[in-house]
Design a protein around this ligand. Sequence first.
Ligand code: ARG
Length: 458
Amino acid sequence: MSKDKPWGGRFTQPTDKFVEEFTASIRFDKRLYHQDIRGSIAHARMLGKQGIIPQSDAETIVHGLQDILNQIETGKFDFSVSLEDIHMNIEARLSAKIGEAGKRLHTGRSRNDQVALDIRLYLRDELVEISAYLDLLIDSLLYQAEKNLGVIMPGYTHLQTAQPILFSHHMLAYVEMFKRDKGRMEDCLKRVNVLPLGAGALAGTTFPIDREYVAELLDFPEVTRNSLDSVSDRDFALEFLAAASILMVHLSRFSEELILWSTSEFKFIELSDAFCTGSSIMPQKKNPDVPELVRGKSGRVFGNLMALLTVMKSLPLAYNKDMQEDKEPLFDTIDTIKGSLKIFADMVREMRVNAENMRTAAAKGFSTATDVADYLVRKGMPFRDAHEVVGKAVRYCIEKDKDLPELTIAEWKGFSERIEEDIFAAITLDASVNARRATGGTALERVKEEIERDKAGK
Ligand code: ARG
């Protein structure tokens, strides 16, 4: 019967069994139990302090809730679908345990502001953890950058050989991306970290509550300023899902490169056996499953953002049941990015770099052609003319099956009288890399500086 529901008063018929199951969120929102209890304890303390309920009731409630927390954590709590969600499961159990006092807990509160509080508390803790995971990955990248300092690889545009770069410079490119991801998480935290409790169902409450006191108890630097907005806003969750999606774009690009670099065609890196699997039919195979799976998981994270954007779009103020659909995408994204970051941090730390193969590849594809052009510019030729001259030299090399460093001084002179003996030293791989000395360039001294800056956390 609906009589056993906390809201059963105005109902005469029991809820249809399937409706009960269909509308319940307990299956997934039970993960908010800790936040729900923490929020209720703060609310009860405030009600007691304000004299809205007797102090003694407030104390009984707090103890009762602490017992329930203990029961849940030791697996002794039976979650009930007929009690719909985590909020009613806990409240009903509290009343069953302590009677009258338990029934006073919901004074001046609604599940609408309660659920908004729970999600904010939950996401707040997760954001701190996600930032820590990002730090682990950044540390692994810095470890590889430092360990392989001086290793030269081909840099690509259009996946065609472009210019030689330091492998460390490539790792530091990802450090920059993950630092920005961290910044986005920290920025999101500012808007998550606002107390919505006290908005009631939508319009506020008739009781003399002290929201600032609750904020203090729950460590919120601010309280929300509009009750309708407090219960209907999920943009903080959307913001997180968007930041998580951008993070997954970065992880998927990195995945793609690791997969490519592990092929027998590239052989730039080798992933540790611990992060790969074999094939049941082809005995020679070692498959880069981890980066492949992370690349694939970007799909669900983007999907979760789309799902919540679509749920929220066009909803009239204030709370609507549609919004119960916020939790699964949120939880799934949190789990996915934490798992992906953790596994990447470990895998990157353990990958082996094949310096020789990278260097050999970097010397191919006329990768120092730009250096010849820059050389001619330093000898007084306008860049556009220099570009043309080097283009011809490259075509000549293709015809003669030669590389630029193999041309004789006589051959060089045939392209431009300005070219002298010092051309040979100007177009080695090391010279090419180390000449790019402006801030943000791949020169060894710049890259070393950037590693130091990153290690100092700047
Ligand atoms: N389970 C609900 C949710 O997750 C809690 C809020 C329910 N409020 C309501 N008025 N039905 O959104």
